[in-house]
Design a protein around this ligand. Structure first.
Ligand code: NGO
Length: 502
């Protein structure tokens, strides 16, 4: 009719459910429903197997998987045809009424696309028991890639020891949110957690207790390799940390010869920090480090060995510099780059060294100078990124030295523009450390990591243009029913509206 306005057609939108937020979403308003006769094809056996296993458990469908098929299945994971914008870790997901295609340039991208696909399906898809459908996926195209190349989670297995199965369980949880580095804090005052064949007492004596005086434990080298292989099957690279020169009581207690006075201290099961130091003037100290780093480097396919370097309060400033200067080339000689807590910026850093910021103070002149000189920095400000901080005054687990970290505090900062002088391309990414002075069980890990780990990984993955607390809180809420389906013991923050089924 002439003169009357055209009827408004509501633009289709994707449901606001994916964490981390994708870079681009274009909805068509159609719906795909998985049928019991559906098939899966994949150019990568590992990712195809991962997806099919999850879908088979909850749908009860057969979902036969063909690897390298020429005809795409109902769900097709393809290593060809992805737009170049997705880079090495991104993907494009196209959902139409007849099926879903995920394209990427590498298996890691397909894996990330699979996480997005699962989040677009009903929450019960994450159940390990058969549930009723319908198994729907909203229609449209998602094109997605990460803001940062380093998106890490750290687990302190030194203060309390966690078994291989517990670490693998946590790996499975973090993989859902596109984590790509697992930093294992393998040694501290209270425990040494990995067998070093040339220094056997480290594990047998140094690993024999933990905070509170429990039995502790340690990984054999085969255990450590099993963790690496498991992480790798989820496209996660392990960064092992041997903390030095401080946080070394367990090592000093294992070998009297490592002590300046030749006397081994007793094992320590308290929670003080800053009282121990390797003997910087002793030649044996560097033989020790060379052998420990050598064995660890040989077992570790990833590019980094983390040398700690935090809270060396019993090491003089000049000894500390001497020490860092001597240790960087040792790590390099074993073919690895150094990662260290930002305190290492007190010494000149090699160009490949990665510093990890953990302070609560946004200005750090030594770190800014290192960044100006090319050092890349991973952001873990304790007052936003530490998963061991209590959520509120009232929550039980955790500590509060860096304050209380509720969900919106974990989300409410920009890693790319946080520490003055350490911005933009100086920022390698984000890591969420979980220190375990008060953390004992997998349920405790869940309670501290969820929902804050997804919040931090959204900061690591999503383009900052998507940053929006209202939208984030809604998407995070959508994870609640998924965690309920998986049995994740998450913290039900009152900042989030949790939908039914959460
Ligand atoms: C500090 C300290 C750790 C503690 C942690 C507890 C760093 C880098 N050193 O962080 O030894 O476990 O706080 O929040």
């Amino acid at each position: 009719m002439l003169g009357s306005p055209a009827p408004a057609i509501a633009a289709a939108t994707f449901p606001n459910v994916v964490v981390p937020a994708p870079a681009s979403e274009v909805a068509t308003g159609t719906t795909f429903t998985l049928a019991s006769s559906a098939t899966v094809t994949s150019d990568d056996a590992n990712v195809g197997g991962y997806l099919a296993a999850i879908l088979r458990k909850s749908t009860g469908y057969a979902l036969p998987l063909t690897v390298g098929a020429t005809t795409p299945g109902t769900i097709a994971l393809s290593l060809s045809g992805a737009p170049s914008s997705v880079g090495t870790e991104g993907y494009q997901l196209v959902s139409s009424p007849t099926g879903v295609v995920i394209r990427a340039t590498q298996a890691t991208g397909l894996f990330h696309g699979v996480q997005t696909l699962l989040q677009l399906m009903p929450a019960s898809v994450m159940s390990s028991a058969v549930k009723p459908g319908p198994w729907t996926v909203p229609g449209g195209t998602i094109t997605d890639w990460p803001r940062f190349g380093y998106r890490g989670a750290m687990l302190d297995v030194a203060r309390h020891f966690f078994s291989v199965a517990q670490v693998e369980h946590y790996i499975d949880e973090m993989a859902l949110y596109k984590v790509n580095y697992l930093h294992l804090h393998l040694s501290d005052d209270q425990g040494w957690r990995i067998v070093i064949n040339s220094w056997p007492n480290l594990a047998t004596h140094g690993g024999s207790t933990e905070v509170g005086g429990g039995a502790g434990g340690y990984y054999t080298q085969a255990d450590y390799q099993a963790i690496i292989a498991y992480a790798s099957s989820r496209y996660i690279t392990v960064v092992p940390e041997i903390d030095m020169p401080g946080h070394t009581n367990a090592a000093l207690s294992s070998y009297a010869s490592l002590n300046c006075n030749g006397v081994a201290p007793g094992l320590y099961t308290g929670t003080d920090v800053g009282f121990s130091s390797l003997c910087v003037s002793l030649a044996l100290t560097y033989t020790f480090i060379d052998q420990v780093v050598g064995e660890l480097a040989a077992l570790t396919p990833g590019p980094y060995i983390h040398i700690g370097g935090d809270e060396a309060s019993s090491t003089s400033a000049s000894d500390y510099q001497t020490f860092i200067n001597k240790v960087q080339p040792i790590v390099a000689a074993h073919g690895k780059a150094v990662m260290g807590w930002h305190n290492i910026a007190a010494a000149p850093l090699a160009s490949s060294t990665l510093a990890q910021f953990w302070d609560t103070n946004k200005s750090n002149s030594a770190l800014a100078a290192a960044a100006a000189n090319g050092t890349k920095v991973v952001m873990s400000p304790a007052n936003h990124a530490y998963l061991d901080m209590k959520y509120t005054r009232k929550t039980k687990l955790g500590q509060n030295w860096a304050g209380y970290v509720e969900v919106n505090t974990a989300y409410g900062w920009d890693p790319g523009n946080y520490v003055s002088g350490v911005t933009g391309s100086s920022v390698a990414g984000v890591e969420a450390p979980l220190w375990t002075e008060t953390i004992v069980t997998s349920a405790d890990i869940d309670q501290m990591a969820f929902p804050r780990l997804p919040a931090l990984m959204e900061l690591g993955w999503s383009q900052y243009s998507t940053h929006n607390t209202t939208s984030f809180d809604q998407r995070l809420g959508a994870q609640g029913p998924r965690w309920a389906a998986m049995g994740v013991n998450y913290y039900k923050s009152t900042q989030i509206t949790w939908p039914s089924g959460s």
